[in-house]
Design a protein around this ligand. Structure first.
Ligand code: ADP
Length: 227
């Protein structure tokens, strides 16, 4: 599903690479946690998967798409295969919950009738039934993250990437968000979760990939993490 072969990425030639010769293989339906201190390279790795950043060298293949062969006009198609939820949610503040989720479908050209049919199902999946007409400013942090996840999964991506989705949330709410990611994973979506929370990693007992200074220093099934 995801194949990285000796990926290196530097933002600045004078400093050490943000990512240094990383190789990684993620199977369909896996739930993988990327851990590491701030600055270890987690976001850079995710950004290379969404093609916001290009590696300096190495190969990336996601869902059968070889990024070396990727043309600019294919990038929207690639991003349809990938759902992304960020720690700061990136919601549209002047649109309701329903409209925020619908927007993700409008931009890929889904017909209105289908959008009206799909959005309520996705809102129900993430546990936000009854909040359709609320604006992001009227929601709690956990609810906003649920909207961000709803938007990410609305297009039924093969892979969901969540970059520090619990960073701004209290422990109980964080845990609810993690449970939601597990539910989405159980329906068949590959999940890539970037976090620096040892508590979440140690409770989840999933595959854990540790990044340190841009390198993978450990990759373990049911791994743990000490901060
Ligand atoms: P993490 O997500 O693990 O906190 P990042 O991928 O954000 O790590 O950062 C890895 C390294 O790359 C850090 O040294 C960071 O300062 C640097 N970096 C990240 N984004 C940029 C950027 N846009 N320009 C320059 N340096 C960056």
């Amino acid at each position: 599903m995801i194949l990285l072969d000796r990926i290196t990425k530097s933002y600045d030639k004078k400093t050490k690479p943000a990512i240094s010769r990383i190789s990684l293989h993620v199977e369909p339906r896996e739930f993988v946690i990327l851990v590491g201190a701030s600055g270890a390279g987690k976001s850079t790795l995710l950004k290379m998967l969404t093609r916001e950043e290009k590696p300096d060298s190495g190969k990336i293949i996601v869902g059968g798409i070889d990024y070396d062969d990727l043309r600019d006009k294919q990038i929207p198609y690639l991003r349809q295969k990938l759902g992304v939820a960020f720690q700061d949610f990136k919601l549209l503040p002047t649109r309701t919950v329903f409209e925020n989720v619908a927007f993700a479908l409008e931009i890929v050209g889904m017909p209105n009738r289908e959008i009206r049919n799909t959005v309520p199902k996705v809102i129900e999946l993430v546990g936000l039934k009854g909040k359709e007409k609320n604006f992001p400013g009227e929601l709690s942090g956990g609810e906003r993250q649920r909207v961000a996840i709803a938007r990410a999964v609305a297009r039924q991506p093969k892979i969901l990437m969540a970059d520090e989705p619990t960073a701004n949330l209290d422990p109980k709410t964080s845990w609810e968000i993690i449970r939601l990611l597990e539910k989405i994973n159980s329906y068949g979506t590959t999940v890539l979760l970037a976090t620096h929370s040892a508590e979440i990693v140690n409770k989840l007992k999933r595959r854990v990939i540790l990044l340190e200074h841009g390198k993978i220093t450990s990759d373990q099934a049911e791994g743990g993490y000490k901060q």
